[in-house]
Design a protein around this ligand. Sequence first.
Ligand code: B12
Length: 268
Amino acid sequence: MTSSIVRPYGDTTGDGRIQVSFTLPVPFGTPAQQARAEGAAMQLAGKMGLEAAMVVHAKGMGPDYTFFIVYGRVSHLVDLSQVTVTEREFPLLSPAEVNLRIRTGLGRKLVVVGACVGTDAHTVGIDAILNVKGHSGEKGLEYYREIRVVNLGSQVAVPDLVARSAAEGADAVLVSQVVTQRDAHITNAREMSAAFRATAPQSGARNWPPLLVVGGPRFDPSMAAGLGVDKIFGKGTTPGEVASYLAYALAPDSGAAADADQEAGASA
Ligand code: B12
């Protein structure tokens, strides 16, 4: 029987060896500075509980910083039976199934407004989800016949996002945050959700506030409630996952999935 207790594997099975990297604000210029820098790294490794630690790489980063890779041994065990995994709460659907579900459950096109808010100019991630060319071999939301996409691009101010979402009759707002310095992604997501919730329902709005979705590589998907949003997608998200979630959250299932096989294979 396979044990549920495991240790890290470096050179030999179960030897507990791991590798960590970090940067310290110490110079790495002269030989004396290099010795001091490596000593600083070793001190940190010791305080982190790394035994038999070795600095296997050190490199000056500009005049005042040094980047390190340290290899060492930990005595901690991993109990696989205690690992918790967040289960996806919605089924993964094909584009044809998503379209069918929107058509039958919503009865009109689903409107998505997307943007990078704040000063963030990293648009590759949100474009991977929205643009027809997509990501990981999956087409983006623009490809879906029953989804209308309005991509506002980068560095969008939150009030502008709110106003445009109202004007477009957005069912869902998709916000990307890639820069995480000083927890900008957290602050911006909270500011965004608060602004939508503080704005009075728009006249004629079908769905206010819209479904609020944020994404980016350093979000923890379990943080949605704390950020005041409906859903968080993290690194490696594919467009199909997002489309399936939107269909699940916004288009009530009216048995569409059962009919979808007939449509699968037809153009999405
Ligand atoms: C390309 C890039 C740039 C390009 C961006 C071009 C563009 N139009 O996007 C340019 C050169 C402009 C740039 C600039 C900067 N960058 Co830059 N950049 C990168 C880089 C190399 C790749 C990012 C990327 O495109 N990933 C590929 C996409 C597909 O992945 P993704 O973003 O994770 O998106 C996926 C998921 O996260 C998710 N997702 C993302 N958003 C959303 C949204 C929703 C709604 C959903 C559902 C899902 C979702 O789905 C996507 C597909 O799976 C990263 C390093 C790296 N290797 O990640 C640094 C990086 C993000 N940049 C960084 C920095 C610091 C900067 C600058 C501040 C540098 C500077 N000093 O000027 C500026 C900031 C500019 C600004 N105002 O934002 C840092 C951020 C560090 C941090 N902790 O915040 C990184 C991590 C590099 C580093 N290690 O230091 N950058």
